[in-house]
Design a protein around this ligand. Structure first.
Ligand SMILES: [Zn+2]
Length: 222
């Protein structure tokens, strides 16, 4: 009998990018993925979003974004491929985050801000966990906002399907939209999560489990 597999979104993302023996071992043993410049940048972005969205009534100006991002930005470029990349990433991420945050017009406090969520899908023998950066009410229902550093298609898929699974559990029949913002190029994609069929989401989870967590590595016992 197989145990409960733990599909942590960060682990899934890392395995989509690289499923070498080392990454598989870390996933199997429940260790966080290797700390690299992408994760460092995302951490700075997450701290900045927390600074900007936890207070209401204070305008989210470009100056506040810049100040906060500067405070949290990795001081040491050693994890970046080179200094040029370090500065290029800084310029692009700052520019795109500024534009995004300033154009976000929702005034009410977010429903979720930097919220780790986890759930069990008993029928598949899977536990999933994700980290929602921002969820807000709007006239069209719930908007979930997820920020990624780049626009890797496999990572966007995993973000979309795992978030849809949670949206169904948390908001049921309500309309839930997802906006995925890729900060390096400023692209944003939107998906209506309410349209995803549960069958399709389960198929995706089983595929991820079979590809990364069952073969070679065995399941990750919870
Ligand atoms: Zn690897």
């Amino acid at each position: 009998m197989r145990g409960m597999a733990c599909l942590d979104e960060e682990q899934v993302e890392q395995l989509i990018r690289c499923d070498c023996a080392g990454c598989r071992r870390r996933a199997r043993e429940g260790e966080p993925p290797v700390w690299n410049w992408r994760r460092q940048v995302l951490e700075a972005v997450n701290r900045t979003l927390r600074d900007l969205f936890r207070t209401t009534g204070v305008p989210r100006t470009p100056w506040r974004v810049l100040q906060s991002l500067q405070r949290h930005w990795p001081a040491n470029p050693s994890l970046f491929p080179d200094r040029n990349t370090y500065y290029t990433v800084w310029v692009k991420v700052t520019d795109h985050l500024m534009r995004y945050v300033v154009s976000n017009r929702e005034e009410d406090p977010p429903i979720l801000l930097m919220e780790p969520l986890s759930m069990r899908v008993e029928e598949l023998g899977i536990t999933c966990s994700i980290h929602v950066q921002l969820a807000q009410w709007s006239e069209e229902g719930v908007w979930i906002r997820r920020f990624l550093v780049d626009d890797h298609p496999g990572v966007i898929d995993s973000c979309r399907y795992l978030t849809a699974l949670f949206a169904k559990r948390y908001w049921g029949e309500k309309r839930v939209n997802l906006e995925v913002v890729s900060l390096l190029n400023g692209d944003s994609r939107t998906f209506c999560l309410s349209d995803e069929s549960t069958r399709h989401l389960y198929d995706y989870l089983l595929l991820v489990r079979e590809r990364f967590f069952d073969r070679h590595t065995g399941y990750i016992p919870c």
